[in-house]
Design a protein. Structure first.
Length: 640
């Protein structure tokens, strides 16, 4: 059996420490290729391990519902090191995104299986053989997108590498990010052409998953190139760290504008293939708390499944009992429209009831907000008692702002989106609700954004998809009314701007729709990065519920002391960053430009330089990050 090797990031550490036996081991997941990959069932089994790459829920605390703590949508009690200078450092290899083990395994698989298929040595249905080969192409693309979105330029490796130091160093040369994105799209095209329209079994990939992923990748790269052009984050710029390695770099399409327009076209064309045949499911919250039947919902293209006694999670347990270590922000909650389609500041019908309590803030609002947030506060009911009208105050729920950590909430707007009311789901480690991974709603939103970015107008499909999203959310479907009523200066949303400049109201409202659709689904940080909206995060304070106007009266004063929640002298709204005066984020988040891309471990740069001048390395460091000694970014460097 030929030995499998990691590419440079994974193979050089064993070489440097003399652990040659590491290279001699057979892959842990495979048997000998003489007896393996000879049957279609072997191909399916090989791919099974990669389904773990998809987002899901933890059997302990955590899961999809806390991912957006890395954004302005949600917050925990711990400040996020992405959003202020000082703490984020170049990582050790094991803690970095510079990992290629999945790609290494898939390259081995594709090399062996395609060779055996051509020789007619795999038993079973040819259609299924093709499907499982398509799954492998999908997973390689999926993992490369992780690298692209976090690191940017990365080596493109399509084959098993030889056990040769010089060859490995050569293969570690970073490829310009737009070409990496084109490679990902080509893998997804292969996956879509090979995979079945209907998955061979519940929980497996299908053609539409590849097409949706293609739209996601293409939109990401198109907007990245458009809004980061003219900075060190884009190939070809004078400050781009790859300019010495690629002195004659040219975009495949001829210019950066032509390149991102090509990606926009790829995005909306792929999205249209998915959206045109997949209607939205009428009940938005039901998609996130079902234990059976999600496979029958056309909107859900792929979900992660859990079974009692096999694989389970604790999402309902933590979300139903506590704040689960997260909470939606005031900025996020205020982004949602009223049912008449108007922003809360443009309410002429007095539909908005204010935010004196969470209960009031949820009245007459977008269903995606109402169904995703616990209804907290008191309700005053009027009723007749012994012939007299009396008022009765009922406290619905008090958010657990009085607990710091995983049992509490940092903002007071507690999530209920992923909670289930099914019996037994609230027990620790007993959750079996399904977790949607790919939904057709994303295809609708990809089409909307990509088409408008490319053409500056909305076509019939944009109109159809936008109205469908709003109708499901219980909002007036006339989006033009919303656009006309939007005042960007009144919106507390980073996405009103890209590269420091306001976008137009139509584009902002497309971004608003996306933000409101993906409540607690882990999409926001990538969106803020690709829009270059984090330039706008300067002394940005994170706020939660309006506590100190009225709501505080329903708490025991001992429960809301200065060690657990910001005090009234700091304003009416809960401010989770204001608990520790010595924190770098105490005065609000200010995003360092270098943090748009993750750093590469310094050890990898040094080793590929031959131990000498790091400028000779085939791996150049990302903008602003150190190449010689591990540490924080140099925040004084102008990267724009």
């Amino acid at each position: 059996m030929n030995r499998l090797k990691y590419i440079i990031a994974l193979i050089l550490i064993p070489l440097a420490y003399g652990c040659e036996d590491f290279l001699e081991r057979e892959p842990m997941d495979f048997g000998s290729d003489e007896v393996y990959f000879n049957d279609v069932g072997d191909l399916a089994m090989f791919n099974n391990s990669f389904y773990r790459l998809f987002p899901g829920m933890s059997s302990w605390h955590g899961g999809v519902y806390v991912v957006d703590n890395n954004s302005d949508n949600q917050a925990s009690h711990t400040p996020n090191e992405n959003f202020y200078p000082g703490d984020k450092q170049t990582p050790l290899l094991r803690n970095s995104e510079w990992k290629f083990d999945v790609i290494r395994d898939i390259n081995y698989f594709l090399g062996k299986v395609e060779e055996k298929k051509d020789a007619g040595q795999i038993a079973g249905s040819e259609i299924l053989i093709d499907h499982y080969i398509g799954e492998a192409y999908f997973f390689r693309a999926y993992d490369y997108f992780r690298l692209l979105s976090n690191i940017g330029d990365v080596p493109v490796i399509q084959e098993t590498l030889p056990d040769d130091f010089e060859a490995l160093v050569k293969a570690s040369k970073r490829t310009p990010r737009n070409e990496v994105a084109r490679f990902i799209l080509s893998d997804l095209d292969k996956a879509a052409s090979l995979m079945l329209t209907d998955a061979p079994e519940t929980g497996r990939l299908s053609k539409d998953a590849a097409l949706l992923m293609k739209g996601r990748v293409a939109l990401f790269e198109a907007t990245w190139l458009k809004y980061h052009q003219g900075t060190a984050m884009v190939p070809g710029d004078e400050k781009w760290p790859g300019k010495d390695v690629y002195p004659d770099f040219e975009y495949v399409a001829g210019s950066v504008e032509a390149e991102y327009n090509w990606f926009f076209e790829q995005a909306y064309e792929a999205a249209q293939e998915v959206a045109q045949s997949r209607p939205l499911y009428s009940n938005y919250p039901e998609m996130f708390n079902r234990i059976t039947g999600i496979e029958d919902i056309p909107e859900v293209i792929l979900a992660r499944y859990y079974d009692e006694g096999v694989s389970s999670h604790s999402a309902t347990h933590y979300l139903s009992r506590t704040g689960a270590g997260t909470g939606l922000t005031r900025s996020f909650v205020e982004t949602f429209l009223l049912t008449n389609g108007m922003p809360i500041y443009a309410d002429s019908e007095e539909l908005y009831k204010g935010d004196e309590m969470v209960h009031y803030a949820l009245q007459n609002r977008d269903e995606r907000l109402v169904s995703s947030v616990k209804d907290a506060g008191f309700i005053v009911e009027e009723k007749m008692f012994e012939g007299e009208l009396v008022k009765d105050t009922i406290v619905n729920y008090l958010p657990t702002i009085y607990i710091v950590g995983n049992q509490g909430t940092a903002t007071g707007y507690e999530i209920k989106k992923w909670m289930s009311n099914e019996e037994g789901q609230d027990e620790a480690g007993a959750g079996t609700t399904d977790v949607p991974v790919f939904r057709a709603a994303e295809a609708y939103l990809i089409y909307l954004e990509a088409y408008y970015e490319r053409h500056g107008t909305l076509d019939g499909n944009c109109d159809l998809y936008w109205r469908a999203l709003r109708e499901r959310a219980g909002i007036d479907t006339d989006y033009q009314t919303t656009i006309s009523g939007t005042d960007l200066t009144m919106e507390h949303d980073l996405a009103t701007k890209s590269a420091g400049q306001y976008v137009d109201p139509t584009l902002y409202n497309i971004r608003r729709e996306r933000r409101c659709e993906f409540v607690a689904e882990g999409m926001r940080y990538d969106d803020l990065k690709r829009w270059r909206a984090l330039d706008h995060m300067v002394n940005c304070n994170i706020e939660g519920i309006n506590l100190w106007e009225t709501f505080y009266q329903y708490y025991d004063s001992r429960d809301i002391g200065p060690n657990v929640v910001s005090q009234s002298g700091m304003g009416d709204y809960v401010q989770p960053l204001k608990l520790n005066p010595s924190s770098e984020a105490y005065n609000g988040y200010t995003f360092p430009v270098a943090h748009y891309l993750e750093p590469i471990p310094v050890s990898e740069i040094i080793m590929t330089s031959g131990g000498g001048d790091v400028s000779n390395s085939t791996i150049y460091q990302n903008p602003g990050w150190p190449s010689k000694i591990a540490g924080t970014a140099d925040y004084s460097v102008d990267l724009n």
